[in-house]
Design a protein around this ligand. Sequence first.
Ligand code: LLP
Length: 425
Amino acid sequence: VTQAANDLNFTFVVDSEHAYRLVQRVHALLVNQFQEGGVFGPTWEQLTEPPPGSIPESLPAPWWDSKRDELLAIAEQHHAAYVYDRETVGAALSALNSLQSIDAVYYAMKANSHPDILRIVDGHGVNFECVSPGEIQRVLQVAPAIRRNRILFTPNFAPRQEYEWALEQGIWVTLDNLHPLRHWPEIFADRELFVRIDTGQGRGHHEHVRTAGVHSKFGIPLFELDELDELIGAAGAKIVGLHAHTGSGILTVDNWRQTGEQLNGLRNRFPEVKYIDLGGGMGIPERQGQRPLDMGSLDEAVNDVKAEVDSTELWLEPGRFIVAQAGVLLTRVTQIKGKDGMQYVGVNTGMNTLIRPALYGAYHEIVNLSRLHEAVTDVVTIVGPVCETGDRLGSDRLMPETEEGDVLLIANTGAYGHVMSSHYN
Ligand code: LLP
């Protein structure tokens, strides 16, 4: 038995005259005879798990488990709804604030810009990383008195006017290309700037979210550093911050250690640097068997960098880590359909509301909240009402017998859920 990606391959060595009949029988046994209610054995992760003792305690039950009644009541009042748990957002913020090695955290608000979420972030003294004037304006609406150095603007291929506007606001501005310095140096005179460096190696849960390397549009490549130096001097600007963000959905702490080491290695070129921003990208466990990022190990990894950087501040700018687990999407079952071995459970919202499964093949746990803890009996594919075959929220999921009107909960949708929703269909 071998495994390739999501396929298990069974290899049988037999005399050739038996092959055809054997293949038919094996097919009948494994595929045609598959009974609803059949449950497979341990998952690949479970089979390959490290020996007992080295396995961390099982993950705590998610917040929504104990708030089921409240959630069902909310679902009564809405067609479909994103619901967020304040305490879970607060816990993630506190975990970040407790990192000894980190001097400041900037919330990458692209993950979720709900005003109440921004208020919780602000209340924990966490700052804001924005990618558009619209995001900056949202922060200023929610916290008008905020110190402007608590906002960091990290645009990418933005027009000149956006840089001019942001610099007038007195917030930190990051350059991730030489074009602005080559073509509009005058707007940067006497300014203190951050620069985003392409460290060359992208990481993350999907090709679309790996943000370093030649095939990613972000960051100033290392071979342009001499020119950067000259252009900054000619513009009369100063580089006070070095930044890199390698990608999103990363669960290995070495990422931030390496980024820190690489950026620290550039400090002698840019002696006025006071801040090193290690980016965001901190992942969360999405499937059973995945381990969460160990905050102690993250702290140790960044502490290794801290030991090298003298008094330079170290920053992080996570988005997903702060909000993903706090959010759930509630939706209601509309229709059920069986087609051969396929069982479809249709719900009243789809890729228009949550595009991550269609866009990245992202996995979100889905439970029948109306029948939480009932025995699972069926393998179903959960689909929305949008006119595309890709409108699948979850494939081949174990579910209890599900009926029209049941409320389904789609977990870990607090980050990049609502903000990426569309008007499609
Ligand atoms: N900093 C910069 C410069 C970024 O580009 C990003 C994310 C972050 C911080 C925050 O990354 P996080 O900590 O959330 O991983 N829509 C995708 C994620 C795209 C992330 C884009 N940049 C998803 O749903 O997985």
